[in-house]
Design a protein around this ligand. Structure first.
Ligand SMILES: *Cc1c(COP(=O)(O)O)cnc(C)c1O
Length: 346
């Protein structure tokens, strides 16, 4: 059974789609940039638009190298395969995507043990939890090789200071640190920091172009020349070597120029939605960066969700529903969603 089966499908009549920031469609400017992209065979290193996007991302993140990836999942997996060998272990926050939502690819395909650790209310593991999970040098144990962090986590941006403290025991024990930065630009927008300040705490970072940045596809992995070379081998092995993908990299360039700088708008609209929802008194509301989590009173839940469907507003469902703001939700769409909630009669 698909987890998506209870979520309504998009169609032309929909006024506002809050299911995810992955539902964005490339805008006219992005499509134009894609259509005009210079391309070449990227497996041969011939695609100038891919090469320039990789160079741009590496520089922006203060890393030696970068690699364009088809998805965030493949990017994280290639990073784990680059950092860890078979029988080695990666420590990862239990609710994080790498542990929870990537079909255990690192274990299945890399023979890598994933050691989950709890996270606090700030969504970061404690330095002590990291230290406790690092295995001593003993043939009984998998060799601890990598710590995997995430930012944002369920929309929550973790402070740089917190991340430095969490990374410290890993570094002291010789582990590398990888960041799943699927929503990296939402994180730095919320933290008010430069890309290299967050990336600088990490040995490698995976950044999705296909979430809040509005691209149809793509992630970029950044790291040292050595890690990226290993990741490129893993990507090829996984079938992720792609050819004239300058059309996709051009969407990435467009997003960095035009979309990343404006992400705070999504955060402001999330605040507005959260405030409006709170005022209805229909349930509990929590907001972080571009996400709103809403737990309606159980007795009205089904009727409310049916009502929102009738209002042509698509939302995630469940005990707690997640609403995600993104560039295809403008003020008119946001108003439609807010009016939909306000017009509900229990
Ligand atoms: C979406 C997401 C990914 C994976 O991205 P895909 O492109 O869907 O494979 C990884 N980590 C986090 C936190 C995500 O939200």
């Amino acid at each position: 059974m698909s987890v998506y089966q209870n979520i309504p499908r998009a169609n032309a009549d929909v006024l506002c789609d809050l299911r995810s920031d992955t539902v964005t469609r490339p805008c006219e400017g992005m499509r134009k940039a894609m259509a005009e992209a210079e391309v070449g065979d990227d497996v041969w290193g011939d695609d100038p638009t891919v090469l320039s996007l990789q160079a741009r991302m590496a520089e922006m993140m203060g890393k030696e190298a970068a690699l364009f990836m088809p998805s965030g999942t493949q990017s994280n997996l290639c990073a784990l395969l680059a950092h860890c060998g078979r029988g080695e272990a990666a420590i990862v926050g239990a609710p994080y995507h790498i542990y929870h939502d990537e079909a255990n690819g690192a274990s299945v395909l890399g023979g890598i043990a994933l050691h989950p650790i709890p996270v606090g209310t700030d969504m970061a593991p404690s330095p002590q939890a990291v230290a406790d999970q690092i295995q001593p040098d003993d043939p009984h144990y998998a060799v601890s090789r990598l710590l995997c962090l995430e930012n944002t986590v369920s929309g929550q941006a973790i402070e740089l200071e917190t991340l430095r403290a969490v990374a410290a025991p890993a570094r002291a024990a010789g582990l590398s640190v990888h960041l799943d930065g699927a929503r990296f630009f939402n994180a730095i927008t919320a933290l008010g920091c430069q890309p290299h300040e967050l990336a600088g705490i990490m040995d490698s970072v995976s950044i999705c172009l296909s979430k809040g940045l509005g691209c149809p596809i793509g992630s970029v992995l950044v790291g040292s020349t050595e890690v990226i070379a290993r990741a490129a081998r893993a990507r090829k092995m996984l079938g992720g070597g792609m050819r004239q993908i300058g059309v996709l990299a051009a969407a990435g360039h467009y997003a960095l120029d035009n979309i990343a700088p404006g992400l705070d708008q999504d955060h402001q609209r999330a605040i507005a939605l959260a405030e409006a929802l709170r005022a209805t008194g229909l349930g509990e509301v929590r907001q972080a960066t571009n996400m709103v989590f809403f737990t309606p009173k159980p007795e009205i839940r089904d009727a409310l969700y049916a009502h929102m469907n009738a209002q042509r507003v698509l939302i995630g469902r469940g005990e707690t529903a997640r609403f995600v703001l993104h560039r295809d939700v403008d003020d008119a769409a946001l108003s439609a969603a807010i009016q939909g909630f306000q017009s509900f009669q229990a």
